[in-house]
Structures are given as structure tokens and as C-alpha cells.
Write a protein that binds this ligand. Structure first.
Ligand code: NCD
Ligand code: ZN
Length: 355
């Protein structure tokens, strides 16, 4: 048995509407808080839009709690989608809102629903300056969108060019490099001041790029940033095993209806919300770092964001857990009502015991 503080998920996609109603309870069962990503259609760009989204999230949580009274309380936090038009006054509004925690930078074209993102970082300079001044963090999808750049190099190139510009131009800006995948990202974060941190997903700790082609193309392992070489996975494991408080939990659980991934041009995103905590335990065990899981999952993120430490605990046990072949997923287009989780049908060595 392994008891940890009730974890927080600092990078989560729950979508909206019926899709949200079906995936949100998975997160609420194990996590105390989550930072919800704003890449909806249309994106969540303002505090007013986040307030409306929060109402829908709360309604979904209330319905889930009515259906299952054992569902523990859950606190959603929100990231606003940064655009070249975001007004500096929005930063002020975010800071005083009490439910918006950060802005999210999507380089335009980098990932799912990123077309409204920022094309040239310099266009966002006034709002970045306001964020730096007010201490509002920027969550960064750190991938170059230059079509000439090899897909496996996009993170390293973004860090070398754009992220370095960010830290030099706005030295006090609080930055979270999201879902890091490379040795270069680990080095970037470790050599930066304490204002720079990173989230790490379970898939990037557990899988390397061979997993994408194991016996054929594996669309449910396809996410962005794409899985990298084993050397990079080892660097991520070392980073979390170091116990550094700069690395914390963000699942990037990103549900897509089955047929939109098993497709000619399949969507990027791994769905891990139901079993993510057990996947992290598996990865930390591999890294010989189970004693650091509590900080990574339940303390370091809250500390970075200036929030109180988690209340409550979660107990994990080393026992086989067979991951379902699929989970119900409301609102899927084309009548598709399923989402396939990462490791579907496989047995993983850890599970969540009764909370
Ligand atoms: C995410 C999604 O589907 O919203 N997809 C992904 O592959 N990670 C977007 C993102 O975080 O890049
Ligand atoms: Zn994401």
C-alpha cells in the first residue's frame, strides 16, 4: 500500500457538453483539483468565458455527484487561451477571479484546436509583460510550428528559440513547460530559475516512440508532443526521480472519440484520466522513486501555483488492474460513443485502492 496526498492534475482536457459529463467523473474520483485546458471550440479566451465554462463544469460535477454520492469533492481551475488579441486587462481580471490560474500559449497550428493561438510571440508582448508584472503563470505548449522542423525536434527547437526569448525578455514571468518529452526540456527547466517548472505525463514516462509502431500503427498512443526516443524517456525518469519540485503532475488526458483516432488522419491525445495515478506509480517504481510520488502528484504543483497543499489522501496498491477496452464517451460525432484509454485491455501493475 502506498498513501499519497490526494493528487492534483495540472494539465487536463475535459472538453465540453456530453463528452465532459462522461470524462470528468474519472478525474474527480482520484484527483482533488485540476487545471482545465481551454482548447475548446470556440476557445476559452476570457474570464467571462471561463466563468461560463465553470458553470457547465459545476453542473456536470453536480450531476455526477447525484448519480454517485461517493464521488469526492473536486475543484476545477481554469487556464485562458492566449491569443494575439488578449488584452492586458484580462490578466488583471484573471488574477482577481479566484478560478483562473494561468494563460495557455498554443503556437498556432501546434496541436488540437490551436489555430486561434499565437503566430508570433512578439505580438503577445504587452500581455506577457502584464503576466510577468502580476505573477500570473504562462503554461506553454512548447513545440515549434515551423513545417521545416522535424516532428521529433519540435520541442527542442521551440525551447532553443521561443522559450529562451521568453525567459530573456520576461525574466520574472512564471512559466510551466507543459508535457515535457525530451532531455533538452529537462535541461532547460533545471537550468532556469525557480520561476520555470514543467508538467510530465504518464505516457511520456512509460513509453518511447517504438510504442507508436508496436506491431502496427497504434493511434491511441499518438499524442503531441509525440513520444520520443528511449534516451529522452530516461531523462524524464531521472528528472522526476531527482525529487526536484520543478516537475509535477499534469496528465494531459485528452479524450477523442474512437473513430476520430482510428482514422485516416487521427487526432492526437491519450486518454488516461481513469488510471493515470496508477500509471504514475508504475513509472515512479521503474525510476526507483516511489518516495517522490507524493510531492510530484500532490504538493509541487500547488506550491508552484501558490495554492494550499492538497487535503485528503489517496491509497495505491501494487495489484494488477485490467484497463477496460473502452469507456463511454458522450456526444461523439458520427454516433461514436466510446473513448479508448491508453493501455486499453492491458494489465498494469498498480491500482487505486478505495480512497
Ligand atoms: C491535446 C488535445 O487533444 O486537446 N492533444 C494532445 O495530443 N496532447 C492538446 C495538447 O495538449 O496538445
Ligand atoms: Zn494538453
Amino acid at each position: 500500500m502506498l498513501q499519497i496526498p490526494r493528487p492534483d492534475d495540472w494539465h487536463l482536457h475535459v472538453r465540453d457538453g456530453a463528452a465532459m459529463a462522461s470524462v470528468l467523473p474519472h478525474t474527480a474520483r482520484h484527483f482533488g483539483r485540476a487545471l482545465l485546458m481551454p482548447n475548446l471550440r470556440p476557445p476559452v479566451r476570457t474570464v467571462a468565458e471561463a466563468a461560463a465554462y465553470r458553470d457547465r463544469v459545476r453542473a456536470a460535477l453536480a450531476a455526477a455527484g447525484a448519480a454517485d454520492p461517493s464521488l469526492p469533492p473536486f475543484e476545477p481551475w481554469f487556464a485562458l487561451y492566449l491569443t494575439a488579441q488578449t488584452a492586458p486587462a484580462e490578466v488583471e481580471a484573471a488574477k482577481s477571479s479566484g478560478f483562473v490560474l494561468s494563460f495557455k500559449l498554443y503556437p498556432a497550428g501546434a496541436t488540437t484546436n490551436s489555430d486561434a493561438g499565437v503566430r508570433d510571440l512578439r505580438d503577445a508582448a504587452p500581455v506577457l509583460e502584464a503576466m510577468e508584472a502580476l505573477g500570473v503563470p504562462l503554461c506553454v505548449h512548447a513545440e515549434s510550428t515551423d513545417p521545416e522542423v522535424d516532428i521529433f525536434d519540435r520541442e527542442a527547437v521551440f525551447l532553443r528559440d521561443q522559450a529562451a526569448w521568453l525567459t530573456e525578455t520576461f525574466p520574472k514571468l512564471r512559466l510551466v513547460i507543459e508535457h515535457i518529452t525530451t532531455e533538452e526540456a529537462v535541461d532547460f527547466v533545471l537550468s532556469a530559475p525557480d520561476t520555470v517548472a514543467a508538467t510530465v505525463t504518464p505516457q511520456h514516462l512509460l513509453l518511447n516512440r517504438n510504442a507508436l509502431f508496436q506491431g502496427g500503427v497504434r493511434p491511441h498512443r499518438w499524442c503531441l508532443p509525440v513520444l520520443k526516443r528511449e534516451r529522452h524517456r530516461q531523462a524524464l525518469l531521472r528528472a522526476v526521480a531527482s525529487g526536484s519540485r520543478k516537475f509535477f503532475l499534469g496528465t494531459d488526458s485528452a479524450p477523442h472519440a474512437r473513430h476520430t483516432k482510428e482514422a485516416d488522419c487521427g487526432c492526437a491525445g491519450c486518454f488516461t484520466a481513469p488510471h493515470a495515478v496508477a500509471l504514475y506509480a508504475w513509472a515512479f517504481e521503474q525510476a526507483g522513486a516511489l518516495d517522490h510520488l507524493a510531492d510530484f502528484a500532490g504538493r509541487s504543483g500547488a506550491r508552484f501555483y501558490g495554492l494550499p497543499a492538497a487535503t485528503g489522501t489517496l491509497t495505491l496498491e501494487r495489484a494488477p488492474w485490467q484497463i477496460p477496452a473502452a469507456h463511454p464517451f458522450g456526444g461523439g460525432e458520427g454516433g461514436d460513443q466510446e473513448v479508448v484509454p491508453l493501455f486499453a485491455g492491458e494489465v498494469i501493475p498498480w491500482r487505486v485502492a478505495a480512497p
